[in-house]
Design a protein around this ligand. Structure first.
Ligand SMILES: [Zn+2]
Length: 284
């Protein structure tokens, strides 16, 4: 199946954001006050040319991503710790889709791994698509409580998403599995931890599976290191989600594609799976 990576701008985060330090409230404080930053990282969205219709996973950031956000007041502190780089509206997902030869109006399904601002920032381009989000994520992100939690929910006040409750996983790997396509080859699975209702998208290509993993970890190396980020709402759940992905990777060759991994586009192009030898060494 043809799949494409689109990077809408870049982000850098504090080193304690990439690899969390401490626990509880101290962990978040360490994340936000750190003055050491990562390199600029991609913000990937993904396009899947599925025979049943065009699928987009996540939507990146908008051109105004660095404009000051004054409500809630702590958004300014979050913005300092995770600055964006985006040149113009031409870098937003809508124009980039057009350059690939697609119209955002042609997208059948928009799947959102979660509703953080660097994943929902191009949502306005997809008013014809069926938008799927986990019910847990939607509930966490909605209303005043969601806004205080850093969700920019004014961006999607018009949105009527299909909210996903996950039926049991017949494969027994994840805590649930929602199958999207009639062919049974595209699945949404819960991978909570980074955010309350984070999900990942699995595309089964027969001999291997591709998993679009959002922010389950920021890179494949951090997945293999069992490393949890500094803003995870539930560090234990994030570790559990990572472990389930590693279990999948041991059962079937799995191409692991988190949103901010500079090597993810190459791994997709080459269908380069998680190195099972490393996994076997870890479990030995
Ligand atoms: Zn996130």
């Amino acid at each position: 199946m043809l799949m494409h990576a689109i990077s809408t701008g870049k982000v850098k985060i504090t080193q304690n954001w990439q690899v969390g330090r401490g626990s509880g409230a101290l962990r978040l404080i360490n994340t936000l006050v750190d003055s050491r930053f990562t390199d600029w990282l991609p913000i990937y969205c993904w396009v899947i040319e599925h025979p049943e219709g065009l699928i987009v996973v996540d939507t990146g950031i908008p051109a105004n991503a660095n404009d000051p956000i004054w409500f809630p007041p702590h958004m300014r502190i979050l913005q300092r710790a995770a600055p964006f780089q985006i040149a113009s509206g031409e870098e937003e997902i809508g124009p980039q889709l057009k350059r690939l030869g697609f119209s955002s109006d042609d997208v059948r399904w928009l799947l959102l791994t979660h509703l953080h601002q660097d994943h929902d920032g191009g949502i306005q381009y997809f008013r014809n698509a069926e938008v799927l989000i986990s019910r847990t994520e939607w509930q966490a992100a909605s209303g005043f409580k969601g806004r205080m939690g850093g969700y920019l929910n004014q961006r999607w006040s018009w949105l009527k998403p299909k909210l996903i409750d996950f039926p049991p996983d017949h494969e027994g790997i994840f805590s649930g599995r929602f199958t999207l396509t009639e062919r049974g080859d595209v699945h949404l699975v819960p991978t909570p931890g980074h955010s309350a209702g984070h999900l990942s998208v699995i595309v089964d290509e027969g001999t291997h599976q591709v998993i679009f993993a959002g922010d389950t970890s920021y890179t494949q190396d951090l997945l293999l290191a069992h490393s949890v980020d500094g803003v995870a709402v539930d560090a234990a759940a994030e570790l559990d989600s990572q472990q389930r992905i590693l279990t999948l990777a041991q059962a079937v060759p799995t191409i692991y594609l988190p949103s901010h991994d500079p090597d993810a586009e190459r791994r997709l192009a080459q269908r380069d799976p998680v190195p099972v030898i490393t996994l076997m060494q870890q479990s030995a």
